[in-house]
Design a protein around this ligand. Structure first.
Ligand SMILES: Nc1ncnc2c1ncn2[C@@H]1O[C@H](COP(=O)(O)OP(=O)(O)OP(=O)(O)O)[C@@H](O)[C@H]1O
Ligand SMILES: [Mg+2]
Length: 396
């Protein structure tokens, strides 16, 4: 027979969690006890033992979920390890009923093929919520998945990454979407900080780090020093803009119209190809006759079409880094710069950054997953990273 927990017990557990984790207005950081104060050491110990007890308690009744809800990809991890979602940030909806038909990769497959009454929606644009209702339903889907895999009585604690320089109104929208999706408590981490933690660097080391994240909707960069954010930027040019540029250039220079799925497949196939002379057949329709058209292009010809945007992104990043103090720039040159995000695969970006910034650029094997890995590490050791975990209203 299924055991049920009495409502008063659930209420008590919820209150305990509310007090323990972040609530809408309180940072997770424990500021109530001044450091190096003997008078407060007993209270500190009490607080610590209370937390340890509560942590164990909470873990039994509530899940923790790390979510990187990107403009192109959504990654979610359950209880610090299990990947429960790694799919495109898209949903197919019925235009008449506004109901979601499919979510993630399945809906992405419908792009360019939807019947008139269906549309494929991307609820995150340029790193921020653009369609509240779809975003909320997608988040609810993730939370449901988590509860199927690990059934709990109480809504989950969600830790989410947010892009640098996010506005408070955008942050509030994300917070509200998570709450209505069923999250009990929410905490946010700057994506740049999550990236450094995911990269496994000693974030508190007494020197500066720089990380550049070329995602699908935004390119962001953060410079830290001794564990603090010194400066940050979000540039509205990234992976998806390469697709737009490629489509436009093919139309203007080769008189061929290609769909958004074809352009994404072409871009990725070309970037994964090492031989510059490898031939690709591009299929679309003629801008002149409207009839099906095929053109034969070499990898380097496709790459050349993308190069203007590579130059723009590198120029914007260089300008951003140039505004840092001289000592910080010297540190960055000595320490290397980390380049992550799916857009970092685009040929030429790494090389041009190296030439422009006169520093080594470090890339990684799975650049789209670094931010989510960082969030997961935080959940595995929340005490260590608690200074970076803030209530949504306190992040700046
Ligand atoms: N091999 C590849 N070559 C070129 N581009 C790629 C490759 N793999 C992924 N991308 C691009 O990377 C982008 C997605 O990167 P990522 O998953 O880091 O973005 P995101 O986190 O969803 O977006 P954002 O951080 O901007 O909100 C897409 O534009 C995709 O086309
Ligand atoms: Mg991202």
């Amino acid at each position: 027979m299924k055991k049920t927990i009495p409502q008063e017990k659930i209420d008590f557990l919820e209150d305990s969690i509310q007090n323990f984790f972040v609530n809408e207005s309180t940072p997770l950081t424990d500021t109530s006890f001044p450091h190096n104060s003997n008078t407060h050491s007993y209270q500190k110990e009490q607080m610590h033992s209370k937390k340890t007890w509560l942590e164990t308690f909470i873990a039994r009744f509530s899940n923790t979920i790390a979510i990187d809800f990107g403009s192109t990809k959504t990654l979610a991890f359950l209880n610090g390890s299990e990947c429960i979602m790694k799919e495109t940030s898209t949903a197919t909806i019925n235009n008449d009923t506004k109901q979601i038909i499919s979510i993630g990769n399945e809906s992405k497959r419908m792009t360019g093929r939807t019947p008139l009454n269906l549309s494929v929606i991307e609820p995150i644009k340029r790193g921020v919520l653009a369609d509240f209702s779809i975003a909320e339903q997608m988040l609810a889907h993730i939370l449901r998945q988590a509860n199927i895999l690990s059934p709990k009585y109480i809504g989950p604690f969600v830790i989410a990454s947010v892009p640098p320089a996010i506005r408070s109104i955008e942050l509030q929208a994300y917070h509200d979407a998570l709450i209505s999706a069923g999250a009990r408590n929410i905490a946010c981490v700057h994506s740049g900080i999550a990236a450094l933690i995911g990269l496994g660097v000693d974030i508190w080391a007494p020197h500066s780090y720089c990380v550049i994240d070329i995602g699908g909707g935004i390119t962001s960069s953060v410079i830290t020093s001794g564990g603090e954010i010194l400066q940050q930027i979000s540039i509205p040019k990234a992976g998806n803009d390469f697709n737009v540029l490629l489509q436009k250039s093919l139309r203007d220079k080769y008189a061929i119209l290609i769909g958004s799925r074809t352009v994404e497949d072409l871009k990725i196939a070309v970037m994964q190809e090492h031989s510059q002379t490898k031939r690709f057949i591009v299929r679309g329709k003629s801008t002149e006759t409207g009839l099906p058209l095929e053109i034969d292009m070499r990898a380097h010809e496709v790459q050349k079409l993308l190069y203007p945007l590579v130059k723009e992104i590198v120029r914007d990043i260089a300008q951003f880094i140039n505004t840092a103090p001289a000592e910080v720039q010297a540190d960055i040159q000595e320490q290397a710069v980390f380049l992550i995000g799916g857009g970092s695969h685009v040929a030429g970006i790494k090389k041009l950054l190296e030439l422009t910034l006169h520093t080594e650029i470090v890339t990684v094997d799975h650049p789209s997953t670094i931010v989510a890995q960082g969030l997961t590490r935080i959940l595995q050791d929340p005490e260590r990273y608690k200074e970076y975990v803030s209530a949504p209203s306190t992040i700046s």
